[in-house]
Design a protein around this ligand. Structure first.
Ligand SMILES: Nc1ncnc2c1ncn2[C@@H]1O[C@H](COP(=O)(O)OP(=O)(O)O)[C@@H](O)[C@H]1O
Ligand SMILES: [Mg+2]
Length: 252
């Protein structure tokens, strides 16, 4: 589904991503771990079009997307959570979900050259879809609540609902488990499992090892901008090179 080859992203002289190659198979949940400063977020941002690659190639469903705008990559069905504007605190949960256009419809969606009747029909279709998505993540009872009143875990579920509005094929999630209480963490993991079963592919940055171990296979380990190793979660967890990288040792 996604093929990254010899990807380099430099900031000034710093090689934040330093020659990374990997392939994501369709219908997998791949974990991306590594110590702070390893280049995980930069890798995400470069894949999502936020940064232009210094060199290397990225192809998504056979199409070269390296250097394309985030908007076009979003429209192609590759969605990173941050690409969607953060929830508006003063809007309701339902309104926040309705604001995300479907990736398929793209920017044409909001153009109203096709007339007001169509727009109204589209709007009610969006509302219906938004309600379905809220039901899926379990936030339907909070549809009328202001987004600012949600807990950390509920905010993550809202973020997931908003991502789902785009009907993506590949979702890049940055720390879905951060700041989430244990009960909601189980809910989030269940939802990710279910979406995976429905055919969505994921690449997930996560520090919570329980989540990585239960959800991800394979796991990619990034250290100092380079792919240190890739493998099954239990193999990665027990590899001394990974521990060494987290302790600040240089990768072999
Ligand atoms: N926009 C930027 N400008 C300059 N340096 C950056 C920028 N973004 C990240 N970096 C640097 O790139 C390296 C990798 O950062 P980052 O991708 O955020 O790592 P991680 O997400 O794994 O913690 C760090 O040294 C960081 O300081
Ligand atoms: Mg980061």
């Amino acid at each position: 589904m996604l093929e990254v080859r010899d990807l380099v992203k430099e900031f000034g002289g710093l090689h934040a991503v330093d020659g990374v190659s990997f392939t994501l198979a369709a219908h997998t949940i791949t974990g991306l771990i590594g110590p702070n400063g390893a280049g995980k977020t930069t890798l995400f941002n470069t894949i999502a079009g936020v940064h232009r690659p210094t060199s290397g190639t990225i192809s998504f469903l056979g199409r070269a997307i390296g250097g394309e705008s985030p908007h076009r990559i979003f429209d192609a069905g590759l969605v990173r959570t941050f690409q969607i504007p953060r929830p508006f605190a003063g809007m309701t949960v339902l309104e926040n979900v309705m604001l995300v256009p479907s990736a398929q419809a793209g920017e044409r969606f909001w153009n109203n050259w096709f007339g007001r009747t169509r727009v109204r029909a589209q709007e009610s279709a969006v509302r219906e879809r938004a309600r379905e998505v809220l039901q899926f993540v379990g936030l339907e009872r909070l549809a009328g609540e202001f987004a600012k009143n949600l807990s950390g875990g509920q905010q993550k579920l809202l973020e997931l609902a908003r991502v789902l509005m785009a009907e993506p094929q590949l979702i890049l999630l940055d720390e879905p488990g951060a700041g989430v209480n244990p009960t909601l963490l189980v809910t989030i993991m269940d939802k990710l499992h279910e979406l995976h079963a429905r055919g969505i592919t994921f690449l997930i940055i996560e520090h919570n090892m329980d989540l990585v171990m239960q959800l991800c296979d394979p796991v990619l380990v990034l250290a100092q901008g380079r792919l240190l190793l890739e493998g099954k979660p239990e193999i990665v967890r027990n590899d001394p090179r990974v521990l060494e990288a987290y302790l600040g040792g240089a990768p072999q």
